[in-house]
Design a protein around this ligand. Structure first.
Ligand SMILES: Cc1cc2nc3c(=O)[nH]c(=O)nc-3n(C[C@H](O)[C@H](O)[C@H](O)COP(=O)(O)OP(=O)(O)OC[C@H]3O[C@@H](n4cnc5c(N)ncnc54)[C@H](O)[C@@H]3O)c2cc1C
Length: 380
């Protein structure tokens, strides 16, 4: 589908990021799946070309580009390159904004320039073994000890958990207030900070996902993000970008899975003619094409709204919900149309099938998205 929302500058950015991914990422996908991690140097290479946190102001080493279309292009192209371990949009579009928006000058100057260059890799630690969807139930605590907070607790399923250098950590700062949570910028090297093993997963094989443990970590007062007990509000605000960017990325992955399947059915012969000539194949691909185009149009509209200053949390939940379901259908039909080949890991569609499953769970499950949408429809 022709898209009218980009100018020449966007197209050049897309072209150069695509070239970067084809050169630095795609040839190594299989090896990284085996090792369970992507090399840290990839962030340095991406940073050197200006692909990390482009929205950061020039004074902090960024490009000062606050047009969200550049981040949209980044997420779409990452999706289309089929690599799930290297996900710089998590670093750039989800975590850096917490520091940029709520961090003091000190925190921004300490971390953003090195995150822009790729020297520092960012992570966000909200989820706990007993608190995922219900974030207000988190137990990690940060006790005020005068000149510092004493941080204790466990986090789990943390992306960039092994490679990450600096984490935005959510912890309870008021035991009485249900939402008495604050956010802290915590360095992995601090005493009392420990990482668990790289977790074995169904998909996302090259993405390092780990538990993090905090045992009496002394967090200087200067590392509190924004105001005390406002962390829950900041997290809910940040989830708008997180869900929007996940939705845009889902569309990119769906596009890639669609193209793989289209190419396969054109090559594969069944009963003496290409599989693409079977009516079932044509109908399935037609239906998926129409749904991908529609989702892309929805994404473009939300990005346009975002650029105009509208931060619509319900619409972000809608695209997260629908795009992850669409992606699930595209990879499922893709595997089916590949036949036995679709079940073989040497065919990328098999890996996409495993990778796609998480998109209905992380960044808020589909059920949580439905709760948010239903609340806006029914409770005003
Ligand atoms: C690969 C991966 C990467 C991740 N990366 C990060 C990260 O970087 N940082 C981070 O903080 N977290 C991360 N997560 C955690 C992720 O966000 C959580 O797993 C997710 O929010 C769900 O929480 P949970 O696992 O505790 O499931 P639960 O909350 O226990 O949910 C279990 C089931 O119950 C359903 N459910 C829950 N509440 C309701 C309700 N009120 N009504 C109806 N159904 C409900 C859920 O939808 C789900 O189906 C990651 C997870 C994975 C798997």
């Amino acid at each position: 589908m022709k898209r009218y929302c980009y100018n020449e500058e966007h197209n050049l950015f897309r072209e150069s990021f695509r070239t970067f991914l084809q050169r630095e990422v795609v040839p190594h996908r299989e090896v990284w799946s085996e090792t369970g991690i992507t090399p840290r140097e990839l962030y340095l290479k991406a940073g050197a070309q200006g692909f990390l946190i482009p929205q950061a102001p020039e004074s902090l080493g960024g490009l000062g580009i606050d047009d969200f279309r550049f981040q949209q292009i980044g997420a779409e192209e990452l999706g289309r390159c089929g690599e799930s371990g290297f996900i710089p949009f998590l670093h750039s579009s989800i975590i850096a904004p917490y520091i940029l928006k709520h961090g003091s000058d000190f925190l921004n100057e300490s971390y953003i320039p090195r995150a822009v260059s790729g020297e520092v890799i960012l992570g966000v630690a909200m989820t706990e073994p007993d608190a995922g969807s219900d974030l207000a139930g988190m137990r990690s605590s940060a006790i005020d000890r005068g000149d510092h907070y004493l941080l204790n607790g466990n986090k789990t399923y943390i992306s960039n958990g092994i490679n990450g250098d600096v984490f935005v950590v959510a912890a309870r700062t008021d035991a009485q207030l249900p939402h008495g949570i604050s956010l802290f910028v915590v360095e992995a090297g601090w005493e009392g900070f420990e990482r668990g093993a790289n977790l074995k997963k169904l998909g996302f094989k090259s993405q390092d996902t780990a538990e993090l443990f905090f045992d009496n970590v002394k967090v200087p007062k200067s590392h509190l993000l924004g105001e005390v007990n406002q962390g829950f509000k900041y997290l809910m605000g940040g989830l708008v970008e997180e869900r929007l960017i996940c939705g845009l990325w889902n569309v990119g992955v769906a596009e890639y899975a669609f193209e793989l399947t289209r190419d396969f059915v054109c090559e594969r012969k069944v009963f003496g003619k290409p599989l693409a000539q079977q009516q079932n194949t044509r109908f399935k691909l037609a239906q998926l094409r129409a749904r991908i185009d529609m989702m892309q149009a929805f994404g473009d509209t939300l990005v346009e709204g975002y650029n105009r200053g509208e931060r619509d949390s319900v619409a972000a939940s809608e695209i997260k919900l629908l795009s992850s379901e669409l992606l699930g259908d595209v990879v499922d039909e893709g595997v089916q149309l590949h036949g036995g080949a679709g079940y073989m890991m040497e065919y990328p569609i098999a890996r996409l099938y495993a990778d796609a499953r998480i998109t209905r769970i992380f960044a808020g499950t589909s059920e949580i998205m439905k709760l948010i949408i239903a609340k806006s429809v029914l409770d005003g």
